[in-house]
Ligand binder design. Structure first.
Ligand SMILES: Nc1nc2c(c(=O)[nH]1)N[C@H]1C(S)=C(S)[C@@H](COP(=O)(O)O)O[C@H]1N2
Ligand SMILES: [Mo]
Length: 391
């Protein structure tokens, strides 16, 4: 294992949590490079955002509840398993490792069944992958987000072993979690599921993960096995995975066809139309999450996420000033989040508006909210996010 891949000592995070807002001491932090998002050093303070209301409240993890981070507290490259955001729509099923089975069914030459042991015995792969919920956004100050080191096995190799038959179109991933859905006035029992086209499913980086930051996949994150589709919004990463089904029709379940569906105005061959799309790969996005001050020197920090395309730059703009390049954490990998840091010299007392934008190597630039198409619903909130602070 690469030394850089080691999760940061979780005790440091605890220190930081205790220190936030109190200006208390966090030993050793001052010697870390700025892009490490060190815990607050002696004399270092968080500068309060004026756009975060005092009533904004991040609750501790509770069973079956959505959990979001206080992004002002992002100080580690890997998110603690205990603080990594949580979204589940049908609850959090308990699965016994010994009786767990994953089936591969449908239009395959060989239907397969794996125990957890069977999966773990295959060639393992490990990747750093960060992702956000397709419903993440400014209303939660981007809290539905996390970055972790995942271990598992190749999805494509399992599908190859099963042998996808000609004419197959879609791979459906079923979770163990079920709920009663009322559809056209009828109550039906449905398992949580998402699908991918055969082509998307066969991408070599896709994995079935059973470890998160060096620990067995935690219950709330899909124990014992989840799909992990790097570069995609979190909704693709089906937790408590128990069946992979290959079929020749589109899968039209709620989380493909109705929820996690963005409605936006687009030009369709010269005609302005309202278009619906299922959320897929992550849009190019960055956001500022914290500002610190020490000895009059300010630092602006944030993250970027996208579909894995290399980045050209992340820039920061203060008030009506020019775009200035931020430093991107060099330990970033293709699918990790990219933390950035910008040294803000000579910040003047008063109210300021600060914003970041990310540009990829293909010249795509994160747009302002105003430049983006007119949109209904909060899915895919990836426009620039100006923040306000008081120095
Ligand atoms: N089985 C199952 N998998 C699921 C979900 C779910 O409700 N059930 N929610 C999805 C959504 S919308 C997101 S954003 C991610 C969140 O993963 P996390 O809770 O591990 O952060 O899980 C995805 N996988
Ligand atoms: Mo989500």
């Amino acid at each position: 294992m690469n030394q850089d891949d080691k999760p940061i000592d979780s005790s440091r995070r605890d220190i930081l949590k205790g220190a936030l807002g109190t200006g208390a001491l966090a030993a050793g932090a001052a010697s870390l490079p700025s892009f490490m998002f060190p815990a607050l050093a002696q004399g270092e303070q968080l500068v309060p955002f004026t756009d975060v209301p005092d009533t904004f409240n991040v609750r501790p993890v509770r069973p079956n509840a959505t959990h979001y981070l206080d992004t002002r507290e992002i100080t580690t490259y890997f998110t603690d398993n205990d603080d990594f955001y949580l979204v589940q729509h049908y609850g959090q099923p308990e699965i016994d490792n010994d009786s767990y089975r994953l089936k591969v069914t449908g239009m395959v030459d060989n239907e397969l069944e794996f125990s957890l042991q069977d999966l773990m015995a295959r060639d393992n792969i490990e990747q750093q992958v960060g992702f956000e919920c397709g419903g993440n956004g400014r209303r939660l100050f981007q809290g539905l987000i996390g970055n972790a080191r995942w271990r598992g096995v190749s999805l494509a190799k399992i599908l190859e072993e099963a042998g996808i038959q000609d004419g197959a179109k879609e791979i459906v991933f079923f979770g163990t979690d079920t709920a009663t859905e009322t559809i056209r006035e009828r109550d039906v029992e449905k398992a949580w599921a998402r699908s991918l086209s055969v082509e998307d499913a066969m991408q070599t980086d896709n994995m079935l993960a059973f470890e998160m930051n060096g620990e067995p996949l935690p219950h709330y994150h899909g124990k014992p096995v989840r799909a992990l589709i790097p570069g995609w919004y979190g909704v693709a990463n089906v937790k408590w995975l128990n069946q992979i089904h290959v079929q020749d029709t589109r899968y039209m379940g709620r989380f493909m066809g109705r929820d996690y569906v963005t409605l936006k105005k687009e030009n369709v061959g010269g005609v302005e139309r309202w278009v619906e799309n299922s959320v897929t790969t992550m849009n190019l996005k960055s956001s500022i999450v914290r500002v610190t001050e020490m000895g009059g020197q300010h630092k602006i920090q944030g993250f970027a996420l996208n579909d894995g395309t290399s980045l050209e730059s992340i820039e920061v703009k203060i008030d009506d000033g020019p775009w200035e390049r931020a430093e991107i954490n060099p330990r970033s990998t293709k699918y990790s989040w990219k933390l950035f840091s910008y040294d803000w010299s000579n910040a003047t007392p008063g109210e300021h508006t600060i914003v970041s934008r990310v540009t990829d190597v293909n010249g795509n630039v994160q747009a302002t909210q105003e430049e983006l198409p007119e949109k209904v619903s909060y899915w895919e909130d990836f426009g620039q996010f100006p923040r306000t602070i008081r120095i």
